[in-house]
Design a protein around this ligand. Sequence first.
Ligand code: IVH
Length: 697
Amino acid sequence: MYSKEQTQVLQKKTDKFLQAKQAGPSEMDALRSVLRFHEYRYYILNDPLISDFEYDTIFKLLEGIEREHPDLVTPDSPTQRVAKGLTKDFPTVQHLVPMLSLDNSYNSEDLVDFDRKAKELTGEQQIEYCIEPKFDGAGISLIYENDLLVRGATRGDGVEGDDITTNIKQIRSIPLSARFSSYGIQQIEIRGEVLINKNNFKHFNEQLMEQGLAPLANPRNAASGTLRIKDPAEVAKRNLEAFVYHISDFTLQEGKPLPELLRSHAGALKLLWELGFKSPEKEKKQFRGIEQVVRYCYDFEAQRDDLPYEIDGMVVKVNSFALQDKMGMTSHHPRWAIAYKFKARQGTSTLLQVEFQVGRTGSITPVAKIAATPIGGVMVSSVSLFNEEVIREKDLMIGDTVLVERAGDVIPYIVKPQSALRTGKEKKIIFPHQCPVCKTRLFKEPSEAVWRCINIECPAQVVERIIHFVSKDAMDIRGLGEANVRKFYELGLIRDIPGIYTLDFDKIGSLEGFGKKSIDNLSAAIAHSKSQPLHRLIFALGIRFVGETTAKTLAHAVSHLLDFKNYSTEQLLALEDVGPKVAGSIYHFFQNPANLKMLHQLEKLGVQLKNIKKENTTGGTLQGLSFLLTGTLPRLKRSEAEELIEQHGGKLLSGVSSKLNYLVVGEDAGSKLEKAKKINSIKIINEDEFLQLIGKK
Ligand code: IVH
């Protein structure tokens, strides 16, 4: 899509805009192409060249000019994805060509059979196939006219779907405009699949559970449900992405010849990729003969869990469009394509009993114990039922035969009971009124689906809070995993969070399975955790509704954690992305004397409550030094490198100037490097040298 030269030019322009305080209307085009370029690097290549902050800086520059010159706003300007207000309804629209389904196959015999029929229908001796993943999301259709995206629709019944154009515009991997005209194309209809990647799905479900809501069953439901949300801002937050894999219809401009690429499926994927779409250009492969096709399908199946998104099979397509036309289609599916479906990650089992677990915020989660059964290669014997409503909605009973599904990295869930198999001996699931651990009466907010134990001293909650505190994304105390926390708690070796820092290592040493080495490692990990950055400590405290992102915002706002004692809810609300619910929760946390006592204890025990970044006198190794990053670093993500710089007291600059001390250079470094070379005082270093500076090498 972008040549090396174009990339360099755009990087130069990026640097220029990052240093500009203002820009004029004559620079609008350049600003838009710079923003589109960085969207492409981020959303299509997954290889950003600038930080989110830098992108926002340039975006705001463009927004500023557009505000002053509304007549110069173009419909495909990157600012035009942002939609205000709610969508009234999604009108029904007709697809230009019906959206057909795919015929399915499950093994090599099915594929060999498909190949035999394809040869019969075409009269060919051997057929070239193009194979790509079968994306497990929600099907969409996109129409571009004169290079502009004019309509996005759901699949619907295949003939008619819902017009969801406003929501489609929130998906950054779908270009608002693309130069189809450079291929002589006037109008085109494209098919694709909207997905939510596994990470974003997990993150989103964690947020739902944090709010006492039931998580979504799987990424597929999450993607299709999101496309129907009436608030486009909410859609944008879910970070959907889209792969496009089929051109269903196109009209050429008058007198224009058929583009060479539009003679085969592989060509069509290339054309879409060249125009800035996320097509499976890198994932697709062409083979002559079915044997290699089968092998490729098997190989891909073995790797399905390594992909960042869900796929449920492969799609095998006859590559040549001329042969596709010859084969035609049924009313249900094209005869020139077949889906090879991966083994289902579903199974049936018996619901033996339901246990009620107490979470760190006191939430009571019903967990179904099922007869152990293998699903997608993993033995499953425990399945969360999330809350009382889920049990009621699914009409589950003890003794039921249940259908269980496990998608990728997603926790298993019960799809439904097989009601037809009931014998009449099944028993009702009775939700408790008392905490199963401390017997306190349970309580439920009217707006929530979750029952809670409100006794914060409840032993079950205390243990869960300690487990969360030491976990990887929190204080990251290795060697003190879940099992050890439970063991130490049961043995009375640890009673609360500060107790982590007064652990009696002699006593632990006398326990079975704890040698000198493991004690040394544990002690070192605990000591190391004392100087974790403040945002990790805030996240570790497990304040309700405070996830990792909010924890970072909070850490940024203060010099010392206890400064929050004096924050009003209004002050908290002024922080980015902090709404009334979150602000209320933080306020109450810091007004609670028991929490303040714990924080004072932690500080006395040596845990860092100060914000090192804001503390000028503490002096990290990079204190007083300024840094700038350029290009892609071999190991560290940009955000990780930035965090390390700030953690060690360094300052991040947004452009090259004589104030800059170090430029950390990765691959594809742009004009920042050229500029830095001209200023003698700037030291140009690579990732290894940077890691050495902070003693991590
Ligand atoms: S081709 C006429 N290719 O799977 C073209 N479909 O189960 C037919 N799907 O309705 C579609 N990945 O929503 C095609 N690489 C891929 C696909 C794909 C996912 C979906 C699509 C289709 C459904 C059929």
